[in-house]
Design a protein around this ligand. Sequence first.
Ligand SMILES: NC(=O)c1ccc[n+]([C@@H]2O[C@H](COP(=O)([O-])OP(=O)(O)OC[C@H]3O[C@@H](n4cnc5c(N)ncnc54)[C@H](OP(=O)(O)O)[C@@H]3O)[C@@H](O)[C@H]2O)c1
Length: 265
Amino acid sequence: MNLANKTIWITGASSGIGKALAIACSKQGARIVLSSRNTEALEQVKSSLTSSQQHLIVPLDLAQPEQLNELVVNAMSQIGRVDVLVNNGGIGQRGFACETQLDVQRKVMEVNYFGAIAMTQALLPFMKQQGQGTIATVASVAGLIGGKSMAGYSASKHAIIGYMDCLRAEETINGIKVLNICPGFVQTQISVNAFRGDGSKFDEMASSIANGIAVEDCADQIVTALEKDKAQVIIGKGISYWAPTVYRFFPAIFRRLAAAKNYRE
Ligand SMILES: NC(=O)c1ccc[n+]([C@@H]2O[C@H](COP(=O)([O-])OP(=O)(O)OC[C@H]3O[C@@H](n4cnc5c(N)ncnc54)[C@H](OP(=O)(O)O)[C@@H]3O)[C@@H](O)[C@H]2O)c1
């Protein structure tokens, strides 16, 4: 798919991967619909995009999935057409499973899973009417494997990958493409903004994230995956890139390493 003149709706566009992706897609000539909760930050991102006048801001809260259908339907009367939805907005979770409160697990699932599927289900009828569209989701390597200190997060990412694989099987016949994006560690605010087990903000830059790939590199690889109409892409370096391969071909070794690794962030 050539991104020029396409309309790309990106959730979580105020920061990190979503912001870098908005910038990268606008350079390819795409019109961007920017969404997240922080309108002020979205305005700043919008003004930094190529051809900044043509892009739109639609504030929304993925933690309120039952409100998203009406919001999308209303916004579509202004937007007109969406070629690509990027379900990118998300929240991290740091802490052992047994220390993480149930309401925190639920909040992570609400944003990362229900928020994403609510956006998808709201936009699908428009895409099916168009006879084409792409649903791209920034899941995670944590949606393909499990490790320490991220059970709720990993569960939400496994769930969204499972949902999207089923959606692809159902909607290919209607011209809908589904791309699962699985980054490893990327230098963003994800750990800073993550929940601790008690629901407070983690507020620390995890060393794994600080040592991850540059956010611009991640965005460029997402653009390439969209251009090549990929179904799934793993993005990263080192162990965060290779872990799903090790898990697939040497599952016993992977499980031993995952259990031995001594970290809590
Ligand atoms: N960084 C990594 O290493 C990494 C690795 C794998 C996957 N990911 C995934 O990449 C995606 C983007 O994260 P990031 O790394 O760029 O982190 P980030 O810098 O913290 O950005 C998160 C984005 O999600 C938005 N968001 C959070 N809660 C929201 C809500 N309730 N409603 C609407 N928007 C919400 C935030 O916007 P507002 O605060 O303005 O609402 C922000 O734009 C997430 O899905 C994350 O799980 C990240």
